[in-house]
Design a protein around this ligand. Sequence first.
Ligand SMILES: Nc1ncnc2c1ncn2[C@@H]1O[C@H](COP(=O)(O)OP(=O)(O)OP(=O)(O)O)[C@@H](O)[C@H]1O
Ligand SMILES: [Mg+2]
Length: 309
Amino acid sequence: MTKATKLFVGNYKGGVGKTTSIYQIALHMVTKGRKVLLVDLDPQCSLSEICLSKTDITLDTLQDNECLNYIYDMWNERKKFPLLKFDMTCSNLVKQTKEGIHFIPSNIFYTGGGLDELALKLSNDFYDLLPLQQFFKESEIEKEFDYILFDCPPSNTMLTQGAFLLSDYYVIPSIIQTLSIRGVVHYIKTVDSIFEKRCTSSDHSLIATACFGEKPRLLGIFETLKKGTVNNTSELQELKDELKKINIGSLQSNYLFDTIIKSNEHIARNTANGTLCEEYEPLTDEIVTSLEGKRSHAVAVIGDKRWLR
Ligand SMILES: Nc1ncnc2c1ncn2[C@@H]1O[C@H](COP(=O)(O)OP(=O)(O)OP(=O)(O)O)[C@@H](O)[C@H]1O
Ligand SMILES: [Mg+2]
């Protein structure tokens, strides 16, 4: 069975362009003929609203079983009825924009609560990292896509941890300023330590490997919201030096993508109504080349992941 490559976009710093970037990257991927599923893990549902702007549906008309909240709600509910078999395939979840991006929206109006409230109902046990993984396994929708991209909110919850572990790769958009640099390094270390804690040194390491496979790999970091007049060469060097010290590695040499996304009001405006911004084409090319250029190499499938060797 061919499986999608799963990738999350994250940074614990808010407002660095995660949602804008993931939408634009997905749209460029679709334009280049890839089949893409976006998953909105943010309770604020900005990505869902952007995608819905390119459909005839609105957030307040979505039914409960048409959003990601349903999966977590169902997961919590079914713990009360351990002997009953529930269907986790949830065929109503996946929507499609006019341009052909598939997406699973989250919904702030969900009757059982927003994703933040539902995340709080999950326990801290390994078992509660599994709802997303189980949904993908049972629904088998992975085989319909080349890429599944998760938009992660700037928070560390069971919900985001479940998405980290399920992903093959991750990318980090960042503003390059002294304070954000520490944030990027902290984020990479956190992803690493979540994997160590949940999968390697956990009592459930066997099940963890079967469900999640290997640690998600850092695909690369890209600079966003760069102001035209700012010279941040020294901050950029500081970031490279800090990254060398942590020695985690990435698919980009020097960790950084070449593309820089400048701060430009039209990117904000166009993304809000779902329009393509050409500024993201070179970045999408870099991401796709990085992943597919190496597909001629052996692909290992470990747990629910596909990995380039
Ligand atoms: N290149 C850009 N130029 C100008 N404005 C931008 C650019 N990228 C994003 N923005 C704007 O910056 C704000 C934050 O962007 P976005 O919502 O994508 O960030 P985020 O990292 O997803 O935020 P959060 O952490 O809250 O999820 C938004 O108003 C967006 O329209
Ligand atoms: Mg966001």
